[in-house]
Design a protein around this ligand. Sequence first.
Ligand code: HEM
Length: 226
Amino acid sequence: MKRQHEQRWAVTSSFSETLRNATWADHESAESDGYLSALMAGRLTEHDYGEMVAQHYFAYTALDGVSRELAGHPVAGRFVFPELYREQALERDLATIYGPGWRERITPSKATRTLVARIHQVADWPGGYVAHHYTRYLGDLSGGQFIRMELQKIYGYAKGGGVDFYIFDDLGSLPRFKTEYRSRLDALGQDLDDREQQRMIAEVRLAYQLNTEVLSDLRHLVKTAA
Ligand code: HEM
């Protein structure tokens, strides 16, 4: 593990591929988190699922807010897509899960506050902003689609609230959008020198770590079999 942290990544292929390869081990840690595994196995109550949705709400309020601010930025602005904004979808999901009083019952965990602080901290560094943007949105458009199907089976949600967070109707074809997104990453990579590329890779790794800590914080909801 230590070796991996010290590793420098040779940017031989496209930058989007390098980014993916350099951070895939971090993806594995996020994906195999105990809370997510229990959620996918149908072992959590609807309110337990709502705890993750609530944490998403705080993180995406920050990410979407920063995106709005950066919409006109010559570099970061290339990654701003209003169709990706998740705040309203998350509000519908929370209202479905907890009812109209949802706002009173949600609070950000310590891990979420750390993630949100980092998103704000790197907002004036385009590579940092894109690192957090990529880690969340490209994940939601990829594994997130699998998660949505599982959640629909488990809790019986229909469109309109419950899993709207994972529904990106305004984007059109998701594979086509992801291809376009990766070509924007490749173009960004061409504008960055080696040091800046490595710095961005490190920020994606940190983004994975901070997001995984948000999930780890929810592990107390997983009841071990008696
Ligand atoms: C049950 C949990 C998860 C599953 C099953 C899963 C699965 C996947 C799969 C199959 C892909 C590849 C899709 C493709 O090639 O188009 C992918 C991509 C991705 N996932 Fe996940 N994922 C999970 C959780 C997460 C989490 C928690 C995060 C972030 C915190 C995340 C971030 C990403 C990102 C950024 C990509 C895009 C990588 C790239 O192609 O550059 N995933 N995921």
